[in-house]
Structures are given as structure tokens and as C-alpha cells.
Design a protein around this ligand. Structure first.
Ligand code: DGI
Ligand code: FE
Ligand code: FE
Ligand code: FE
Length: 187
């Protein structure tokens, strides 16, 4: 499938406002790839696909998690986490994407993981700081991203973790591990 058809197909699966977010992530991820020596073509492709499963019904996502033997611990954490690994399955099965870098960047764009690749970091950070995002701390994240992918991403995870703490929600351990790992690596 060529890029235009992929874009059209992904766009049809979400409301227009979410598609504008995806365009913001595409644009930001390419800028970050150029800034930090990543692959802009892979950054673009992973960004197009990153939220492809965002509007799937919860029971369909749950079915994919069970059938594809995705980490079953996901099921006892916030459902907001599910669209990322489910999106990677969709990218592979429905769109024939086979590049493991791209699939992993989609899979881990929400939770993060230990040992994030350059592309994982670019897509996850672009998702936090694309121009349409507006949350407390986003300006600081954009500022940090001028010089450090890792510092900006740590600030991103900090803001998610603070948000979850404030709401009294559970925190997926992989997010805590991802943050710890980035701090260790950037010291
Ligand atoms: O899909 P997006 O809205 O573009 O962004 P995302 O894929 O980063 O999803 C973020 C949402 O997931 C955010 O509202 C917080 C929620 N969430 C719930 N539990 C966790 C979590 N995010 C992370 N990173 N870790 C969690 O434990
Ligand atoms: Fe997402
Ligand atoms: Fe994210
Ligand atoms: Fe997103």
C-alpha cells in the first residue's frame, strides 16, 4: 500500500480532530528524526500508524490482546494503554508493515519500555509535544527537546505519571521502568 492510501485508510478510522493530532505527530517526529539522527521515513510511517486502533471498541482490543498473546498484564491497567500494542498488530496484519523498528515504535508509543530505540523515543516524544498538544508542562517538554530527546521524554513520562497519581489511577510498571531507564542512561 502506498503512503497516500495508507493515510486515507487510517484517517477514515478516526474523528477529524484526532487525524489533526496524527498530522502533528508526523510533522514533529520528522523534525525530531532530523535533529537527533533518526530515520525520518520510519518516523513518518510509525507516526501515521501510531493511533490507528485508538477508536476501536474496548472488547475488540481485549480480544486482540488475548488472541495475539500480547502482555496480559495490560488488561488490569488503564484501557488507554491498549491501543498501542493493538495498533502494532493492525499495522502488521492489516497494512503489511514488517519493519520491526516501526512496529515497536507503534507498540511502545504510550507505555514506553526499557531500552527504547531512537525511533521509539522520537515517536513517543512527538506524541507528547506535537503542536496541537496543550497540557501543563508541554512548553518545558518542547524546550528540552531542542537539545535532548531523553530529557524531554523523561519530562513527558513525569507529566503522565503525575497525572495518573492525581487521578488516583494505577501506573503501568513499564512506564515507571521506561522513565527509570532513561534517567540512568542520561546520567
Ligand atoms: O493516544 P494519545 O492520546 O495520542 O496518547 P498516548 O498514546 O500517549 O496515550 C496516553 C494516555 O494513556 C494518557 O491519557 C494517559 C494514559 N495512561 C494510563 N495509564 C498509563 C497511561 N500512559 C502511560 N504512559 N502509562 C500508564 O500507566
Ligand atoms: Fe496513542
Ligand atoms: Fe504518548
Ligand atoms: Fe497519539
Amino acid at each position: 500500500m502506498n503512503r497516500d492510501s495508507l493515510i486515507q485508510s487510517v484517517r477514515e478510522q478516526m474523528p477529524e480532530r484526532r487525524w489533526r493530532h496524527v498530522e502533528g505527530v508526523m510533522e514533529t517526529a520528522v523534525i525530531l528524526a532530523e535533529r537527533f539522527g533518526g530515520d525520518p521515513v520510519k518516523a513518518d510511517l510509525a507516526s501515521i500508524l501510531h493511533d490507528v486502533a485508538k477508536y476501536w471498541p474496548v472488547d475488540r482490543m481485549e480480544q486482540v490482546i488475548r488472541e495475539e498473546a500480547l502482555p496480559s498484564d495490560l488488561l488490569v491497567f488503564d484501557k488507554e494503554l491498549w491501543h498501542a500494542p493493538v495498533g502494532a498488530v493492525v499495522a502488521e496484519r492489516q497494512y503489511g508493515i514488517s519493519d520491526p523498528d516501526v512496529l515497536d515504535a507503534v507498540r511502545y508509543h504510550t507505555s514506553g519500555r526499557v531500552g527504547m530505540t531512537l525511533l521509539d523515543k522520537i515517536v513517543c516524544l512527538a506524541d507528547y509535544m506535537e503542536p496541537g498538544r496543550d497540557f501543563p508542562g508541554v512548553h518545558k517538554i518542547r524546550e528540552l527537546a531542542e537539545h535532548s530527546l531523553e530529557e524531554a521524554l523523561i519530562a513527558g513520562f513525569d507529566s503522565t505519571i503525575s497525572f495518573l497519581l492525581q487521578k488516583g489511577k494505577r501506573i503501568y510498571p513499564l512506564t515507571v521502568a521506561a522513565r527509570n531507564d532513561l534517567i540512568l542512561l542520561s546520567q
